[in-house]
Ligand binder design. Structure first.
Ligand SMILES: Nc1nc2c(ncn2[C@@H]2O[C@H](COP(=O)(O)OP(=O)(O)OP(=O)(O)O)[C@@H](O)[C@H]2O)c(=O)[nH]1
Ligand SMILES: [Mg+2]
Ligand SMILES: [Zn+2]
Length: 293
């Protein structure tokens, strides 16, 4: 039988059969351990399940389109990058870091600003100005449900992963999309600034209704390896910079202080937003500093 791993806990994998039905508790054949392959949530697998009273066995992991280490998930078709429009106030640098991670993977990106019920109109306008030209952008409230239906339409038939800092409302949004309390959510702790019900394992949920669609809720993508990009590749992760690449006076222009830099000109002319350029400079410096050690 074929299916998809929707959860992995303590050596067991829960495989949702392709032709529907409840997930089957499975073990992985020892052969994977020997080959150093670990089944990931999101993997499409072949499994055997002969006795309904007993566990099934995963016998084969089908080829992955992509895979991640932290969290260990596979076959992400689309990243839903979630940022709170308020509570906590958006941190552009942190948001851009999530966007860069997704850009590196060359998968579809949806940008969702949540908690619009708590945000000032000026803030929403600012977010719109910076990001709407760059990404498919949605403004939603996971609590009131505003904007959720429109977002849902874009998730049909894909495996989408929620990503974004802790406490922005990823799990709450997942519950709103699924129309059920699938994941525990929590107040943000004042001490740690993190959600109290911080998601601790990756899990893949089936969207209700026609057209299917599966959504990963994950514990934050904490280490992105964004900063392992080569410094000359960083510019390609900013979609608004791509049209200008290779047009500066110097071939190896890093778009910092070099003369005749078209990227800096584009910033001055308002074609690239200063906030995004600042992020670029920040990540460039971080990459360069990292190389020194
Ligand atoms: N006002 C308002 N609060 C929200 C909204 N969405 C989520 N929250 C609240 O924000 C807090 C954190 O929500 P979670 O869904 O747990 O956040 P998370 O992104 O899953 O956090 P981690 O699992 O720690 O990564 C909870 O108290 C939610 O009720 C929203 O649209 N509006
Ligand atoms: Mg969560
Ligand atoms: Zn330049």
């Amino acid at each position: 039988m074929k299916g998809t791993i929707v959860k992995g806990i303590a050596g067991f994998y829960y495989v949702k059969p392709e032709d529907d039905g409840e997930p089957v508790q499975c073990k992985a054949r020892g052969v994977f351990r020997k080959d150093g392959v670990k089944p990931h949530v999101g993997d499409h697998v072949v499994f055997e399940w002969e006795d309904e009273e007993l566990d099934g066995f995963i016998t084969e992991i089908l080829p992955r389109t992509n895979q991640f280490i932290r969290p260990p998930i596979a076959n992400v078709d689309c990243f839903i990058i979630v940022c709170a429009a308020a509570k906590p106030a958006p941190n552009f640098q942190a948001l851009d870091q999530f966007l860069l991670m997704a850009e590196k993977e060359q998968v579809e990106i949806l940008l969702v600003f949540n908690k619009i019920d708590k945000a000032k109109p000026e803030k929403l306008e600012e977010l719109r100005t910076i990001y709407e030209k760059l990404y498919s952008t949605f403004f939603v409230s996971a609590v009131t449900g505003e904007g959720i239906d429109e977002l849902k339409e874009h998730l049909r038939g894909k495996q989408s992963a929620l990503a974004g800092p802790s406490g922005v409302g990823k799990s709450t949004m997942l519950n709103a999309i699924l129309g059920q309390e699938a994941m525990e959510t929590g107040q943000i702790s004042h001490k740690t600034g993190r959600g109290k019900h911080t998601t601790r394992h990756a899990e893949l949920f089936q969207m209700p209704g026609d057209g299917g669609g599966m959504i990963f809720d994950t514990p934050g993508f904490t280490s992105f390896e964004v900063l392992e990009a080569e410094e000359d590749q960083l510019q390609f992760l900013f979609p608004e910079m791509v049209p200008y690449v290779n047009q500066c006076r110097y071939d190896n222009c890093r778009h910092r202080k070099e003369p005749d830099c078209v990227i800096r000109e584009a910033v001055e002319e308002g074609k690239i937003h200063p906030s995004r350029y600042e992020s670029y400079l920040y990540f460039l410096e971080t990459i360069q500093n990292k190389k020194k050690y």
